[in-house]
Every structure is written in C-alpha cells, then in structure tokens.
Ligand binder design. Structure first.
Ligand code: ADP
Ligand code: ZN
Ligand code: ZN
Length: 833
C-alpha cells in the first residue's frame, strides 16, 4: 500500500512532486483533494493527482494538511485539465489552479512577532546608526507585530526590508513566522431590535413613542426594523439600512447605546436582491418552424448520450436563445446538467434574467463582477450538486458539474474565450469540445457571426451546421446605409465625427421617442494629446504607447497597464499651452452630440455605456432599464453594447467609424471588423413592426468586411477571407502560435530572442517560424517584448503534440541562456500585435 502521492503544484514547471501522507490516512483517499505542502520553504496549495508507486529513494516531505473533505476534481476533470496543460503548454498545477475559485489557493504570509520589548536606550542606539531600522521597529511596536510585510514596505517606501527585518531578528527583538492565510468566511454586520423589546409589545411601544418625539431618523430605523420583523425578517443588513434610509452609522450608534437595537455579525450570503427584471415574458412564445426543426435534430443527439458538435448559425435576433432554452429543458428532464458559456460582454443582466425566468434558482451565474467569496460559495454548491445549470464566462468551462448532458458556447466567435495571460492560455470554446468528448455529451457553438475556425470545421463536417436566416418574430433585418467619410468631408457634410445623415436620423428618432445606439469602440475622450509646437505626445511611463485622455476626470490613462496621471496643462517638453486632443473616444462623441443637439435646441438624454460608465455594480442594469423605458434617447458605447441587448425601441444604430479595427496589424482584423459591425447592426429594429436602420461611417466603403456586413452576406465574406488566409497559411487552415519573450533589458532580450530563434528547427516539414519581431507595443509595463510566431500544419501535427515537443526541446537546449527573461508560450494565440 502506497504512502506516497504525486502532487501538482501551481508553479510553471510541468512536473509532479512526491509527498508522504500522514499516518492513519489512506493515500488513495487524498486523490482529487487539495493538499498543503512545503515546497522550497514556501507553503503551496497543490492537488493530489496520483498514487506514487515508484520506489522512493530519497527523503520525502509529508503533506501538511488535506484541505478538502471530498475530492474537488473528478477523474473527468483530471482528464480535461491534463489536456489543457499539454495542449496549451502550461503546468498541470497551473491549470488546476485556474479551475478553482481564487481563494481556494492558500499561500503563506510572513508574520512578525515581537519577542522582546526594546528599551528606550536600545531604540535610540539603533536610531543613531540605522534610522530606517529604528523606524521599522517603531511601526512594529505600534502595531504589536500585526502588520504584513507588504504594508511595512509600503509604509517605509522600501522595496525590500528583508535585511532590516533579519537584523532585528538577530538582535533577538522579533521572530518571523510563516503563516497560512486561510480563507475566512466573510462576515457582515447586521442589525435587529433587542430581543427583550420584541417580547413585550407595551414596552416597545413606549420606547418607540419616546424616540419618535426626539429623533425622526431613529424612529425611522426602528419602524423599518419592526415592519420587517413582522414580515418574518429577524434582522437586516446594517449597510442596507444605512443606505436605504440615507442615514449614518452615528445615528444607529445612539440606538445601540440605549440597547434598543443590537448589532451583530452574520455570514455573508450570496445576495439575492430583488432586482428590476429586464426581460419580457417569453413563456408563451410559439416557436417557429425553423426553431422547432433545429430543436428536434439536436434533441436526437442529446438522446444518444454521446459526443457530437453543432454549429448554430443564426442572424441576430433569430431566436437562438429560445432554442437553447428548449434544449436545456430537455436535458434537465433527463436529470442531467447543462454548462452554458457566454463571454463577459454578453453576460448582460438581460440574458441572465431571461434564463432565470425559465429556470429560476437552478442556475448558477459566474461572471467577473462577483466577489471571490461568492465564487467560492457557488463553486462549493456546484460540487454539492445544488445547481442544474451553470452559466458563466471562460473559466466556467472547468465547473465541477458531475452529470453533464449538454454544453452551450454562445457567441462562440468572441476573442474573450481565449485567455491571454496568465498561463494557462486556453481557449474555452476549443476546450469545450474536449470536455464534450470526455463527458460524452453534445456541444453547441452558437453565433450570428461564427468564427473562421468554426465555419471551416463545419464545412469539413466536423460540426453539424444549422442556419436561421430570418428574425424569429418576423422583423426584417435592418437596412444599412454607408456614409463615405472622405466625401462627407469634401462636401463639408461633417460636424466633428457626425455626418449630416447620421445627425438627421438621430433627431428623427428622438422626435419619435425611439432609441438610438451609437457604436464607438474606444473609451475616454481622445486617444492622445498632441503638442502642435514640438510634436510631443505624452506616453505611458511603463509602455511604449500614447496615453488616452479622459476629459471628465482630467486624467491621462494607459489602457494597457492602467497607469494614470493628471492631464498636463502645458507640454512637458516645450511648455506650450496649446495641447490638442487628437482622435475621439466615447467621451468626445458624447460631447459632440450634446453640442450638436443643443445648437438645434433639441432636448435629449444621452448616456455613455462603456467600462468607465458601468464600473459600479448594477450601473449597467440601471442604464439598460432607463434605455428600455425611453428615459435615455441615445446610448453611446463600446463593444459592450454589441451583444445581448434586445430592446425593441432601438431603430437606429450608428457606427461612428467602421475602420477602427480594419487596419490592426493582426490577421483577424477583417474578421473582427465583420463581426463587430454585424453584431452591432443587429441591435437595430428587433421588433416586427419597426424598420431598423444602420448607418456605417467609413473612409473605406469598399473594404470587403464592411461591404459584406452591410449586405449581410456571410458566405461571401468567408470566401474572400479564406482565400487570404489560405495564401498566407493562417488559421483556420493552420495553427498560429506565439512565443513571447520579455525582459527589462533590451539588449539581453534581443540577444536571447536570436538564440531562441536559431535553436528552432528551421526546416522541419509542416513548421514555419517567423521572427523575432517587435510587437506594436514594444515595451509593456516596463518590459521590452519580442515575438516569434509559429505556423504549424494541422495535417502534419493534428493533436499539437509535435509542436509541443519542438518547443520543449528548444527550451531545454537553451536553458542555460535564460536569465532575467520571461517566456510566454501562447498556442493558438489571439493577441498578435
Ligand atoms: P438571438 O439569440 O438569435 O439573438 P433571441 O433568442 O434573443 O435571438 O430572440 C430575439 C427576439 O425574438 C427575442 O425578443 C425573443 O423573445 C424573440 N423571439 C424568439 N423566438 C420567437 C418566436 N418564435 N416568436 C416570436 N418571437 C420570438
Ligand atoms: Zn511641446
Ligand atoms: Zn502603460
């Protein structure tokens, strides 16, 4: 019987490490559970993946703790994560870590204990020869050691305090311990009426009268608590009371002092607040013949309980979601579960409400705005089989559902299914196919603008394909008009970024109380400031990229690394006071339109919908609600509004500049342009009695992604696109992967990347290496970067294994030259600029 197990650790090295189980524990009972281990004097959370039956010839450390009662990884999830690790060149431990909620990964923190109080004399002695050390000591004394090393470093403005801490420890003043940071349940404060008052109505009444005479606010609090108590709520959350009654903590403190109310802690539950429902009642909709046909066909596959893959191509508004809903219902009836993936931007409140209308509390929802704590609770509940449907973004592909009957990947073309950083750099859409094979269940990829990869696979017969060419409720697809920006400029028909036609149509809609969506895929006011005197453009300190000007906050922001600095009044090179704002972001579009309408004396409410205006929880819900109800006339937004918004009163979509993505130095630029235009256009005229209009402004009216999107002709688009991709050996015909090398030192980087390139096999059939090249942003967050691209043939290397071996071997050969270099390998990469 083995006493040893193999543990996968969340480190970039793809190896398993052997540990010993404690006495009295069966090694096989640890498999699939998290274990805490000591690795190179650090505590790490790994996963026990195998029994170790090898002969042990060396001393093996024991595991420190088994963190789970029940396994969190099944054999099937092991298979899946292992595949991800191999295909995407990540360590198994990294993939397992990505498959768990973030705070399942316990690590150690260093804690300091004061073991001897120094005398004043001792302190002044230290002060005399090491002032910083004395300051450190004083802070430690002040906090009685209860301060993290990170906070200490911040407070002392120091990058590394180890020598100082070490010195204090040598003097015998302090001791350093490693401590595990355990996940603690988040508690929140709650408030209730004191029990003795609730028991006796008379007493309560007299207290209430007394308070009512003195303080209106206090009385309000008390009566709210009482009313809710009568409805069966024994307490309310303190926060909600303060917010709801617009009161302050100090008012409540008076009541607690008088022992009228009590404040105590409760476990924070996932909030199930009653929210405005943003969806209509769809329960009585009769499905169309086309919808029913597709449901019937895919149902046959569901009944087979084996893997199959399907591409559902349906124009915007064609009723794909109701097809999913029908199929989900069928799977649930068979007592099986459904995994429903959506990209972040389409996981809008509207779609969530639609699914909840049908399946209520049986749906778990995972997106980026839920807290780590909620994520934890949802994950645990999924493990306990409490949900039938998991609806979530990329990482939800690893959800520990035990009895999957169907996987849906909606908006399958979305680049956000691909994780760029950190490792594992996986694509959840492609991973879903592998999961379907492992789980023996069908996988449906759905989109109004399928990716080249999926369209190609369907053409090969790898996926079954289904088409919906008409809108479900009989509405027509919108009419599209193209405005040539070059001509408009010549003929002086442009006001800022608005053509005469667009202005005219917007005003028409405002007068008719219909909604307008304006699409502009860049937030902020202007992509750059520019000094006309010396040509200076303020750049990010950490990246080789111009800072974006945000007028509202009067700041310059780097959209790559987040660096923020106040916008300068004067050019920091020549001192000129005439800095100009070049180009336009959503803020500027908003300002221009406001001005245009004001000049014409038109009253309208304009609202931005981008990352800046929706950063607060529920703000996007509010905006959509107001827009639906006609309180907002014009919504101006980024790609956030290209998806999942189904609002009948929208009859006009304006695309401010269709060329924005057209000239990205990326082979997917045309595909992206086609998809964005088609998706955004699809927001218009979604109700049967309305005639939608789309106005596309472009300086390149002949560019084929624009032309074919306007004609709604996806076949022609693919013909043209595939011709180009084929000539250049790009996906979908071949695999394109990227090796990124980074260093703070430019010379070290360039010499290393040359060595890397030279060590790649240069005439292996089916493999082509290109580079090294500098990307568009040659320095990012202080690191210089270079890329080597790999094109590899899917015919010669079907599973990707050969590529994997080549990269492994090359890395091994050059191992000794890797110093101060970061290497990121990105298989099937999406970020190529
Ligand atoms: P998609 O997901 O393809 O964009 P949706 O499922 O969101 O399309 O449907 C678009 C709109 O059409 C929704 O408002 C939906 O309620 C409505 N709809 C869907 N199917 C039907 C139908 N058979 N009859 C009438 N309306 C429908
Ligand atoms: Zn200047
Ligand atoms: Zn930056």
């Amino acid at each position: 019987m083995s006493r040893y197990i193999e543990v996968a650790l969340p480190i970039p090295v793809n190896e398993l490490y052997t540990y010993k189980v404690p006495d009295g524990v069966l090694a096989e009972n640890t498999i699939g559970k998290r274990v805490l281990v000591n690795f190179n004097n650090r505590y790490l959370t790994g996963v026990s993946v195998n029994l170790c039956n090898k002969e042990i010839q060396f001393e093996v450390k024991p595991i420190l703790e088994i963190l789970d009662e029940e396994p969190i990884f099944s054999d099937k999830l092991f298979q899946l994560t292992k595949w991800v690790s191999q295909y995407y060149f990540a360590s198994w431990g990294e993939v397992l870590k990505a498959a768990m909620p973030p705070n399942f990964n316990l690590t150690s923190v260093k804690k300091i204990e004061i073991i001897k109080q120094p005398t004043n004399q001792e302190i002044s002695e230290i002060q005399s020869f090491a002032p910083k050390r004395a300051k450190l000591l004083q802070i430690l004394l002040k906090y009685n050691g209860n301060i993290s090393i990170q906070s200490l470093q911040k407070e002392l403005n120091s990058k590394n305090l180890s020598p100082q801490i070490e010195a204090l420890s040598q003097r015998g003043l302090i001791a350093i311990h490693s401590e595990i940071q355990k996940q603690t349940e988040t508690k929140v404060k709650a408030i209730k009426i004191a029990d003795y008052l609730l028991d006796k109505e008379e007493e309560f009444n007299s207290v209430f009268l007394e308070i009512e005479n003195k303080s209106n606010k206090q009385a309000q609090i008390l009566s709210l608590l009482f009313l809710e108590f009568q409805k069966g709520k024994s307490f309310l959350l303190l926060n909600e009371v303060i917010k709801g009654l617009k009161t302050t903590y100090s008012v409540i403190a008076v009541l607690t002092k008088k022992k009228i109310v009590e404040i105590f802690e409760v476990k924070k539950e996932i909030s199930k607040k009653a929210q405005i429902n943003l969806s209509k009642d769809e329960s009585k909709i009769e499905l169309t013949e086309e919808q029913n046909k597709i449901i019937k066909k895919i149902s046959e596959y569901i009944d087979k309980h084996s893997f199959s893959s399907h591409l559902l191509y349906g124009v915007t508004g064609s009723g794909k979601t109701l097809i999913y809903i029908e199929l989900i219902r069928k799977v649930l009836n068979q007592n099986k579960q459904v995994l429903y993936l959506l990209p972040e931007i389409s996981l809008t409140p509207q779609i969530v409400d639609r699914i909840r209308n049908f399946f209520g509390e049986e749906v778990a929802i995972i997106h980026s705005k839920i807290s780590d704590n909620e994520r934890n609770q949802i994950f645990t509940a999924i493990l306990q089989n409490k949900y039938k449907i998991v609806m979530g973004v990329r990482s939800a592909i690893f959800s520990p559902l035990k009895n999957l009957g169907l996987i849906i990947v909606d908006e399958e073309h979305e680049p956000s299914y691909k994780q760029d950083n950190p490792s594992p750099r996986y694509n959840a859409r492609d991973t879903s196919i592998v999961r379907g094979k492992i789980e023996n269940c069908p996988v449906i990829l759905g989109s109004a603008t399928p990716s080249c990869e999926s369209w190609y696979n369907a053409s090969l017969g790898t996926h079954q394909i289904y088409q919906l060419n008409k809108r479900a409720d009989g509405a027509n697809l919108p009419n599209v008009e193209i405005v040539d920006l070059r001509e408009a400029k010549k003929e002086k028909n442009l006001k800022g970024n608005f053509s005469k036609l667009l202005i005219e149509k917007i005003i028409e809609r405002i007068n008719q109380k219909e909604g307008t969506i304006l699409f502009h895929n860049r937030r902020g006011f202007a992509p750059q400031l520019f000094c006309p005197d010396c040509g200076n453009v303020p750049m990010c300190e950490n990246c080789d990229i111009a800072l974006t000007y945000h007028k509202k906050s009067n700041k310059l922001v780097c959209h790559y690394c987040g660096y923020v600095t106040p916008a300068p009044k004067f050019c920091n090179v020549c001192g000129s006071d005439e800095m100009q704002e070049i180009g336009a972001g959503t803020e500027r579009i908003e300002e221009e339109l406001k001005q245009i309408l004001e000049e014409k004396g038109i009253n309208a409410r304009i609202q931005r919908y981008d990352r800046d205006s929706t950063s607060q929880k529920n703000s996007s819900r509010r905006i959509i609600y107001d827009f639906m109800n006609g309180d907002i006339d014009v919504l101006i937004g980024t790609q956030m509004l290209s998806k999942g918004i189904d609002i009948g009163r929208v009859t006009l979509v304006g695309i401010i500049n269709a060329d924005m993505h057209l000239f990205f130095p990326d082979f997917r630029a045309n595909e992206r342009t086609f998809q964005l235009l088609t998706q955004v256009s699809g927001r218009a005229g979604r109700k049967s009695n309305s005639n939608g209009l789309v106005i596309i402004q472009t300086a390149h009216p002949g560019a084929y992604p624009i032309v074919f999107s306007a004609q709604n002709n996806i076949e022609k688009f693919f013909d043209k696109e595939f011709e180009m991709r084929g000539q250049l050996n790009y996906p979908p015909f071949n695999r394109l992967s990227k090796i990124e090398m980074q260093s703070m030192n430019l010379d070290e980087l360039t010499s290393f990347s040359k060595i890397f390139f030279a060590n790649l096999p240069n005439n292996q059939a089916g493999f082509q290496f290109i580079g090294p090249v500098f990307p568009n942003v040659p320095r990012l967050a202080k690191y210089y970067r270079q890329f080597i691209f790999v094109k590899s043939s899917k015919k010669i290397d079907k599973s990707g294994e050969k590529l994997n071996i080549i990269l492994h071997n090359t890395l091994q050969k050059i191992e000794s030259t890797i110093k101060n270099i970061r290497i990121n390998i990105d298989i099937d990469s999406y970020q190529n600029m």
